[in-house]
Design a protein around this ligand. Sequence first.
Ligand code: ADP
Length: 336
Amino acid sequence: MKKKIEKALENVIIIDNKNIIESGWVRKIDFINNEIKIYLSLSNPSMHIRNKLIKDITHSIKNKNILETIHIKIEIKSDTKIKPEIKNIIAIASGKGGVGKSTIATNIAVSLVQMGFHVGLLDADIYGPSIPLMFNLEEDSVNLQQKNGIMNPIMSYGVKILSIGFFSKYGEAIVWRGPMVTKVLRQFMHETNWGKLDFLIVDLPPGTGDIHLSLLQEIPLKGIVIVSTSQKIALSDVNRSVGMFRIRSIYVPILGIIENMSYVLSKGTKEKCYFFGKNGVRDFSKEMNLFFLGEIPMLQNIREYSDLGIPVILKNENVRNIFIKIAKNIINQLQK
Ligand code: ADP
């Protein structure tokens, strides 16, 4: 009987196209009095993953017609200690680099602080960790305190920050391979003194790839926020990202999409000039059934303050209002 159940479980495919048996997630299978008990152990037992696994496993076993009447009990345990004091982990993603993902991650984090929340920011953009620059955290000023192997994040503008950039010298390239990323992220998640957080914002690398799969496996996300410009080439990459987050085996809820650099205000007439195309992201969101979280104009101020390492919402009231509205939309989407 156990063999038959194992065979059935081989049809449950998870991340990396592995099945659930190959993944090593199945700890034990018991079969007593017409009841199958399956014990699983995984690193990311968030609610949506639990529900999906239960559904897929039940479906797969029923499909095999193992017994007419059968009760299936599934127990899922975490094999890593997810800190219960981190309430919501949200990732900011983009299809392409340079669309303003880190700028937006920074200003959403500071907006949430202004709204009275405890906030952390984890910069996992291995291709170009720019959070240290956005908070003016230069190498010399960063002194990661470690106590008994536990790291303390750096506090800046009320946000607790850890960046993959703290581990490389400015301008120095590191080729991060999957296992290295997994190791560092594990440390960021589990061996870091985050304290109590209402939100942990994760700045993901742009695009899709192996790294994303490791990340999604390591970090129990509540949802993803996507950033894009309206340019066709940016949206075609976003399309791929949406596809990845919606893969059956990954399925992380997408909370919505933000249109960045929507328009430029012409100096004299104050007319809106749609540099990257008008409403591209808005139309795309309808097409893909994604919530439209808001639009951010292209402003010299935004570029200038991010270069100075000051979150622009602290300096520009209009921009602040835009970000607070977006942050509220994200919270509403989380509650749905
Ligand atoms: P990504 O993280 O997607 O690679 P960044 O956040 O690093 O992108 O932004 C790339 C550049 O664009 C930065 O110099 C940033 O200051 C600038 N930028 C981002 N959003 C805006 C905006 N709305 N208006 C003006 N400049 C922006």
